[in-house]
Design a protein around this ligand. Structure first.
Ligand code: HEC
Ligand code: HEC
Length: 217
């Protein structure tokens, strides 16, 4: 009886583990398939019609910080975010709806629209902060963030690190608060820890500093 019970539990745990692993690898598989595809820019431009309503034709988003500026974001970063929204690893009801399988069929369409977004010039200017914590923000950014995001907030396509320069101040503030609260599940624990140590003034200043940087390359 004990043996049967333990086999039962073992099988159940194995089944649960494979469900969890399955969810993990579906996102990873979709990202890999999309990266391997050859993007079609003109198809990407057509697909972007769905996105314009919120992100604007130039990918500038909204100045209230509700909708992200996405024009000029690195290709692999855009792709990763789209995959994350599709696989419940990043949460926003609007994005989850508009990048689901009814709107973007599979890896090829993800690649097409991501390539179009990253081909747009970084929109300028975004909305800035109030200027009061700028100096504080610059110091903290250069000490704790620039190592990965780059001295001018330019990020990196190769390491899938987002370009965060030229982003709306209020959007960056919100993302940093969400990250600190664990509401960006695909961020590493290290990132969550770094961000959760920031004070509100530091967050305000970093976001303000970044909004005023026009990222190069
Ligand atoms: C109904 C409005 C809406 C539509 C349509 C929409 N988005 Fe978004 N998008 C948002 C919002 C809001 C956010 C910010 C989500 C958050 O706060 O985390 C966002 C975030 C993003 C991000 C992440 C930006 C970052 O800095 O990490 C990407 C990439 C993106 N959208 C691409 C797209 C693409 C491509 C499409 C079209 C296929 C699209 N969006 C359609 C509202 C929309
Ligand atoms: C170890 C490298 C590393 C360090 C250090 C780091 N970041 Fe990041 N950051 C990343 C990566 C990689 C991502 C993408 C994570 C994801 O896809 O969710 C990211 C995502 C972000 C985002 C979300 C961007 C968006 O468009 O949604 C913001 C904002 C951000 N980081 C700000 C910061 C700030 C501010 C600091 C310093 C206090 C910092 N990061 C330190 C690597 C780093």
């Amino acid at each position: 009886m004990t043996t049967v019970w333990s086999i039962g539990v073992g099988a159940l745990l194995a089944a649960l583990a494979s469900i969890a692993l399955g969810a993990e690898s579906n996102a990873a598989l979709e990202f890999r398939a999309a990266v391997a595809a050859t993007p079609d820019l003109s198809r990407g431009e057509q697909l972007f019609d769905t996105c314009r309503a919120c992100h604007n034709s130039d990918g500038s988003g909204t100045s209230d910080g509700n909708v992200a500026a996405i024009g000029g974001q690195h290709y692999r970063v855009v792709l990763q975010q789209l995959v994350d929204f599709r696989h419940d690893k990043r949460w926003d009801i609007r994005m989850e709806h508009f990048v689901d399988r009814h709107h973007l069929k599979g890896p090829q369409e993800l690649a097409d629209v991501a390539a179009y977004v990253s081909s747009l010039p970084r929109p300028w200017p975004p909305s800035f902060g109030d200027g009061k914590d700028l100096k504080l923000g610059a110091g903290v950014y250069l000490a704790r963030c620039a190592g990965c995001h780059g001295a001018t907030g330019q990020g990196s396509n190769a390491s899938k690190t987002p370009r965060i320069a030229g982003q709306h101040h209020a959007y960056t503030v919100r993302q940093l608060q969400d990250a600190a609260d664990g509401r960006r599940p695909n961020m590493t624990n290290l990132h969550t820890r770094i961000v959760s140590q920031l004070s509100f003034d530091e967050i305000n200043g970093i976001a303000d500093y970044l909004s005023r940087l026009a990222a190069r390359n």
